[in-house]
Design a binder for this molecule. Structure first.
Ligand code: GLN
Length: 542
């Protein structure tokens, strides 16, 4: 029988609940249990797809085409399990379902209310689409005390009651700040936050305390007294230098053992955590260092490119190298001569992006990489910009542009109006709805014989995750290939360019998909492994 562990958070946001759930998932998996990790988000958007990355961070895309919260990226990276649409829900989606039912007449005669209709829909989501999982870890987004979290807390309270303590557990994550002026760690915010949780009828079974200093036993005792739990259920979660240390740290402080004790499961077996130890060792003891410039639009917010940053670290792990990430705002390269400052970097990456602002800067960066033989990796928008640059500079198509920025003379990148998804033909038109209508999720691609990309993947058939509305126009293939930009990866019907590579360049690859979404620390993505290897070669030249 599947057991449910609910994660809530208090005191402040950004405590890393997602990471906590992911790390516990990894520890339970290391004991041979099957786990799924899910996220319930209280905001009103139906999904995060229409939110700015500045607002919400990266949009993580699943194989089945869901645009989800970035925490699902952590879940995948820590457990290796591919997430699905059924692993992330928002208030917006819940209400859309409830209201659609109301319109259909499913509640005919009844008054539709938050309790029970909305809470039932939340509970149904939490238990839906499961097979033989031993544990489902459910993270509730937001902070206890937020008005919009209330229906979610009520739903998990009811679910906990229905399942009973043998099949459910509540874990509350809080902050124990260090007050320099007092020279002390403060437990009061944690006490208040737990009280807030108790007010809605939830008694946590465990309190996980984020802290920058170890919490002494007497302070833990105090938290345990005020919060009604044993002191072994007060777990300290010290800040660590790499997120991949978190499972090791948790285990060290008894997190997983306490969870198993709660469910009366055996704790005796010695746990093999060597996979995590190896990763941490490689991160902490690199043999070299490379400098990668990431030229984007949302570089002010670390979370906007979360999976990308992790995938680059993974590429470093594979090459025993530390990857220094230089986040650069693309607009700065629109100034005459500004790209010259890229002379010191070992590789250039232009990630996914939307809209015209900064696009010219990205085109300049692609040009610099091409002309100076610096490794270049263009992801989605980064590929599109590199293709426009090659069209203008190599193929002599002066008016080359993207219709994303308005009508243009030579739409080398244009709106994707029709494509095949399995047996279904998807159609879009300009001016249609923006939510959930991009080409989303896993699509296959075929890699050309003797291409660089086939050598990197060591195969000719791949599947990667997409999230885009525009595509490189296949009608320009001949002109671009004649100019040296090879279309080395195509959709199986040959209609959609999926990958391009520049001949005669040490490493210049553009991909229409998002390989960073599938990279894992213990299974780095081959494109990132190869890109970092190229950066290492470049660093030896400089
Ligand atoms: N804006 C571009 C498109 O929609 C690229 C999207 C992306 O980089 N994810 O096609």
């Amino acid at each position: 029988m599947t057991k449910f562990i609910f994660f809530t958070g208090g005191v402040v946001s950004s405590l890393g609940k997602g990471l906590s759930a992911a790390a516990l998932g990894a520890l339970l998996q290391a004991r041979g249990y099957r786990v799924r990790v899910r996220k319930l988000d209280p905001y009103l958007n139906v999904d995060p797809g229409t939110m700015s990355p500045f607002e919400h961070g990266e949009v993580f895309v699943t194989d089945d085409g869901a645009e989800t919260d970035l925490d699902l990226g952590h879940y995948e990276r820590f457990t290796g399990e591919s997430a699905r649409q059924s692993d992330n829900v928002t208030t917006g989606r819940i209400y859309s379902e409830v209201l659609a039912k109301e319109r259909r007449g499913d509640f005919l005669g009844g008054t539709v209310q938050v309790i029970p209709h909305v809470t039932d829909a939340i509970k149904n989501f939490a238990i839906a689409d499961l097979k033989d999982e031993d544990f489902v870890l459910c993270e509730i987004g937001g902070t206890v005390g937020d008005i919009e979290s209330l229906p979610f807390l009520e739903a998990i309270r009811q679910l906990g009651n229905q399942l009973g303590p043998q099949r459910s557990m509540f874990i509350h994550l809080t902050l124990v700040p260090y007050l320099a002026a007092a020279g002390e760690l403060k437990t009061k915010p944690t006490q208040h936050s737990v009280k807030e949780l108790q007010r809605v009828g939830i008694q946590p079974d465990m309190v996980v305390c984020r802290c920058e200093r170890p919490i002494p036993a007497d302070q833990r005792k105090k938290i345990s007294l005020f919060c009604n739990i044993e002191s072994s259920a007060v777990i300290q979660a010290l800040d660590v230098d790499t997120i991949y240390q978190v499972p090791l740290e948790y285990h060290e402080h008894g997190f997983d053992n306490q969870v198993l004790r709660h469910f009366a499961l055996p704790t005796g077996d010695k746990l093999d955590l060597s996979r995590w130890q190896n990763i941490v060792k490689r991160i902490r003891e690199p043999e070299g260092e490379v400098n990668v410039a990431i030229i984007g639009k949302y570089v002010g917010l670390k979370d906007a490119y979360k999976s990308l940053a992790e995938a680059l670290v993974h590429g470093g792990i594979a090459n025993r190298s530390r990857v220094k990430l230089n986040w650069l705002e693309s607009e700065i390269f629109e100034e005459e001569g500004a790209v010259g400052s890229l002379v010191d970097v070992d590789a250039i990456l232009v990630p996914g992006g939307f809209g015209e602002r900064g696009a010219q800067g990205k085109i300049q960066a692609a040009r610099f990489a091409r002309e100076h033989q610096v490794p270049y990796f263009g992801i989605c928008f980064g590929m599109q910009m590199a293709v426009i640059e090659a069209a203008r500079s190599l193929a002599g198509i002066q008016g080359a542009g993207s219709t994303e920025f308005g009508p243009c003379e030579d739409p080398v990148v244009g709106l994707l109006t029709e494509w095949q998804q399995g047996n279904v033909t998807q159609r879009r038109r300009a001016g249609g709805n923006l939510g959930g209508t991009m080409r989303l999720g896993a699509y296959p691609a075929t890699l050309a014989q003797d291409s660089r990309v086939a050598e990197i993947y060591q195969c000719h058939e791949i599947s990667e995750r997409h999230r885009h509305r525009y595509e490189v126009n296949i009608n320009y293939r001949e002109l671009l290939e004649a100019a040296g930009l090879r279309f080395s990866g195509l959709s199986p019907d040959g209609e959609l360019p999926e990958m391009v590579e520049l001949e005669g360049h040490p490493w210049f690859i553009g991909v229409q998909f998002h390989p960073e979404l599938k990279s894992r620390p213990f299974e780095p993505h081959p494109l990132f492994t190869s890109f970092i290897a190229a950066a290492i070669d470049q660093s030896r030249l400089v």
